[in-house]
Design a protein around this ligand. Structure first.
Ligand code: PLP
Length: 911
């Protein structure tokens, strides 16, 4: 299709010949003529030199002359700037020492508190500079998918939005932003905002964004404008006098204007810009068509199936000379790049010589692979930057490289080269991943996470003693179900059956400072966002809904941070087989479920492709033994770590200053030893998994006596002040108990009987110390006495803060079922709530999305009761709006069967 703009005719025809006669109208010069003609009527050369001289002088003599000092102005630079303005349809041009220097000058227009809306797929250096001004300049940066103008709208604020930063096409995937539409939207909604475009990929020859509503355009002139990779330079153009004045002030102040020698070289380069570009993009079209016809997925706006083609044709006058393609296999791509001869392996583009590179191992290697995947940047992508060599030679060389690498082969039947599709499963896997990615927010995600108990060292941990914590096989479950009605809802079945829904657009998006690509949540919570959530979506919840409000706050905080700009509409239902508020880490398992679900919906984590039937056995070197879940370890540790970071954020929202133990256990499962940093008793601080932890059977008895954790902790602190010797000796004893337990749990030599005997003794000992510290409670002593009495003879200790809450009783493997039944009956009779559970099992789990949940099977099958007796989970009334099958079944699940029901749904994948 013919371009709608004639590249040969810039709209702004600066110095053009005067009409020769009234009969012959004045015609503007065409682009290549303007490029080649360096002429400034206001700056005639005294000798009529054909080439602008290099004024290699820092100072100029005289007073009150045009030039006095080269930082402020230099004749060679003036010539260059005049020339650049002319070919860019601009009133003003400024030239600086690099493309990044140009952006730096532009960004200095901003003030602290201003907001920028920028693309989420920008040149890496641009991202780096934006991150810097965000942390050092108090500027709020919103990264948005600018290839969709609608996704920009919610971020435009009439007064706060000060700048929009666009790149089109992007590098290396050639994605297109509608500069004209976005500029119009911005001007209508935030009239003072400045639209800035990085035009490096196109050059003024192919795209002049000032003609489409941009206020400032900059180019890395290191690329096409100079064309020879022999200098670094940046150019800035604009039509507004005030903006020019502000930027010229900065350049004069900091002294990053382009030096005279480089001005000369750049001026020389621009003379051939149109000529080079014509050749380079004509060859690019041939190369792209060649690769496309072989069946390689090829990214180039000149191809008929390019998704942004129509917009690009409206705004630009050509497709440029950068393209990329995928081979389907990273190693194959590496072989292709290595086999090329004429195509030089190098970063950058815009040179007369053709270049080949693999962004994921070169220019974009510094970006986290997960992030590259999230941005849809294929690992096997090859980028081609086409030069001015003969197109036949270039395609010939590429063909040889493809043949040498095994990417294409001659097909005798068809009498031509055809693409060899990689024989590994990688392509299939990539397709599956892409499918999973595309549908992440349109599918149901069912997740779960365990609670935790402290086996040894509670209270003492506050004073630097090592504590041993382990996962407990009572879990929280979370289900996301797509809604597609512009609403977000939560249903917390165990917190008074709390249900609430919000219009997604009514959420306080304005208060969100989304994380830049690759950026992690900071150590401190964003109080502005928390306040905005409390004052907005949660404002109507009173004191009576305190727990639900806290859970909703944690959920909404993560949703707002993570859902930029997707804003998915779904329901999140959470319910647990874990007693809430009994010191068993229910909030951490909830936080983990919420974090996992939100990361999955927002594609921030992905599951690996489904395991093949012949897949290797679970990795035995990983830290936890997963007895209770058949060792189906599948979720990669890096994914688990990401979940853990967000679960910790949620824990911070819920508790202010959590230790991080609960969420780590909920995510990783097994057991770990934790010592607070900065205290002497436990040696170095931190968390260490206990390798080879053996799953143990415990009776967990909820005294149902509420307790005040803060008061209990303060009481121990007071005792330590009043009786330091007593408390210090107790702390030392507890430290050795923890160390002994840790050694025993990890000791492969110890027999099961020996281990249980050792732990029983340590449990009794630890409990007595807690009694001396004053944190037991008569109810806990009753539980201890009941379990210790004949014929049971079991060891029990309080767990967590004490003063009520839960007690844990170690149950030996050979303990008779009948004895267990009668013990549980005895405890129940005393109005306690006992659960039989296992400790040290799997961490966070996700129901495999690769097979549909087995609803029929789940409801029909009675799973043989293993030895776990989770608490009653009330059946809840389903909400009004239509529920998915799984959600319906989940919300209807009442009684103690929730865990078995969930287990029978399908294949669960664990950390
Ligand atoms: N913008 C884009 C799109 C780029 O590709 C580059 C460099 O590769 C720059 C800006 C930065 O330019 P420079 O390297 O001249 O500072």
């Amino acid at each position: 299709m013919a371009p709608t703009i004639d590249p040969k005719v810039p709209r702004h025809d600066l110095p053009t010949p005067e009409p020769e006669s009234p009969l012959r109208s004045r015609k503007p010069y065409r682009f290549s003529t303007l490029c080649a003609t360096v002429e400034n009527p206001d700056q005639k050369d005294q000798y009529g030199s054909s080439s602008v001289p290099i004024y290699q002088s820092a100072t100029f003599k005289g007073v009150g002359n045009v030039y006095d000092y080269s930082r402020s102005g230099n004749p060679t630079r003036s010539h260059l700037e005049h020339h650049i303005a002319k070919i860019s349809s601009a009133e003003h041009a400024l030239t600086v020492s690099s493309g990044m220097a140009a952006l730096d000058v532009i960004l200095r227009i901003l003030k602290p508190g201003d907001e920028i809306i920028a693309g989420d797929d920008l040149y890496g250096g641009t991202n780096r500079l934006l991150t810097y001004i965000r942390s050092h300049g108090g500027v709020v940066v919103h990264h948005v998918d600018t290839t969709n103008p609608a996704s920009v709208l919610p971020f435009i604020h009439p007064t706060k939005t000060a700048m929009i930063l666009l790149e089109s096409p992007t590098n290396p995937l050639l994605k297109i932003a509608d500069i004209a539409a976005i500029s119009k939207d911005v001007k209508e909604r935030a009239p003072d905002a400045i639209v800035v475009v990085d035009n490096t990929m196109m050059s003024p020859y192919l795209q002049r964004p000032l003609e489409h509503g941009a206020d400032i355009v900059y180019d890395s002139a290191t690329k096409y404008l100079s064309g020879h990779h022999d200098l670094m330079a940046g150019v800035i153009t604009c039509n507004r006098d005030d903006l020019k004045k502000a930027m010229a002030f900065t350049i004069n102040s900091i002294g990053n204007a382009l030096a005279p020698n480089d001005c000369f070289l750049l001026l020389r380069g621009t003379k051939t810009l149109a000529l080079r570009m014509d050749r380079q993009q004509a060859t690019s079209q041939l190369v792209a068509t060649y690769l496309h016809s072989l069946g390689f997925p090829t990214h180039y706006p000149g191809l008929p199936d390019h998704p942004g083609r129509e917009i690009h044709e409206r705004i630009a006058a050509g497709n440029g000379a950068v393209l990329s393609f995928e081979t389907g296999d990273k190693e194959l791509s590496e072989r292709v790049v290595g086999a090329a001869r004429l195509w030089g392996i190098s970063v950058s583009f815009g040179c007369v010589n053709s270049l080949i590179s693999m962004p994921c191992v070169m220019s974009h290697a510094s970006i986290d692979p997960k992030l590259r995947a999230a941005r849809g940047l294929p690992e096997d992508l090859i980028r081609l930057c086409v030069g001015i060599e003969d197109p036949v030679d270039l395609i010939d060389d590429l063909e040889h490289a493809l043949i040498d690498a095994g990417a294409i082969a001659f097909d005798a039947q068809q009498n031509k080269y055809i693409r060899v599709v990689p024989s590994t499963n990688d392509e299939l896997n990539a397709a599956v991943q892409k499918l999973g990615l595309a549908e992440a927010d349109q599918q149901e995600w069912f997740v779960s996470a365990p609670g935790k108990i402290i086996l040894f060292g509670e209270h003492a941990v506050v004073h630097g003693v090592t504590a041993v914590a382990a996962s407990v096989d009572l879990r929280c479950y979370g289900l996301t179900t797509p809604r597609n009605d512009g609403k977000l809802s939560v249903h917390f079945a165990d917190i008074d059956n709390f249900y609430h829904e919000w219009d997604i657009e009514s959420l306080p998006w304005d208060a969100v400072t989304p994380l830049a690509a690759g950026e992690e949540h900071s150590d401190v919570l964003d109080q502005v966002l928390i306040d905005a959530i409390c004052a907005g979506p949660l404002a109507d919840l009173g004191e009576d809904a305190k727990s639900a409000k806290a859970a909703a706050l944690a959920f909404l905080y993560m949703y707002l941070m993570l859902s930029h700009p997707r804003r998915s509409s779904f329901n999140f239902t959470a319910r647990a087989t874990l007693p809430v508020g009994a010191g068993l880490g229910s909030s951490a398992s909830f936080s983990t479920c919420a974090a996992t679900s939100l990361l999955l919906v927002n594609r921030a984590i992905m599951l690996p492709p489904p395991p093949q039937p012949t897949s290797a056995p679970a990795d035995s070197s990983a830290p936890h033994v997963h007895v209770s879940h058949q060792g189906r370890r599948f979720i990669p540790p890096t994914t688990a770590e990401q979940v853990n970071k967000w679960a910790f954020v949620a824990e911070k929202v819920l508790h202010g200053n959590p230790s991080g133990v609960d969420n780590s256990v909920a995510v990783f499962g097994g057991a770990l030893a934790y010592t607070r940093a900065g205290f002497s008793l436990g040696g170095k601080g931190g968390m260490e998994p206990i390798q080879g932890f053996k799953s143990l059977k415990f009776l967990l008895t909820n005294s149902t006596v509420p307790r005040d954790t803060k008061k209990l902790v303060a009481g121990v602190g007071l005792l330590k002040t009043n009786e330091p010797e007593l408390v210090d000796s107790i702390l030392k004893s507890i430290q050795s108990i923890s160390e002994e337990a840790r050694r025993a749990l990890a000791d492969p030599e110890l027999s099961r009987v020996e281990l249980l005997a050792a732990l029983s003794a340590l449990i009794n000992e630890n409990h007595q110390h807690l009694v001396t510290l004053g944190v037991s409670h008569p109810s806990l002593e009753t539980i201890r006495a009941t379990t210790a009495a004949a014929p049971y003879g079991l060891s029990t200790k309080l767990t967590g803060a004490g003063g009520g809450g839960c007690a844990v009783t170690l149950v030996p493997d050979d303990f008779q079922d009948s004895a267990l039944d009668s013990l549980m009956a005895a405890l129940t009779q005393e109005k306690f709530v006992p659960y039989l559970t296992s400790v040290g099992g799997s961490g966070m789990g996700i129901l495999s999305p690769y097979t549909p949940p087995n609803l029929g099977h789940a409801s029909a099958t009675v799973v043989p009761p293993d030895q776990v007796t989770p608490p009653q989970t009330p059946g809840v009334e389903p909400a009004d709006e239509p529920l998915g099958d799984l959600r319906l079944a989940f919300e209807k699940q009442g009684g103690p069967q929730l865990a078995q029901w969930a287990d029978a749904l399908g294949r669960w994948l664990y950390v």
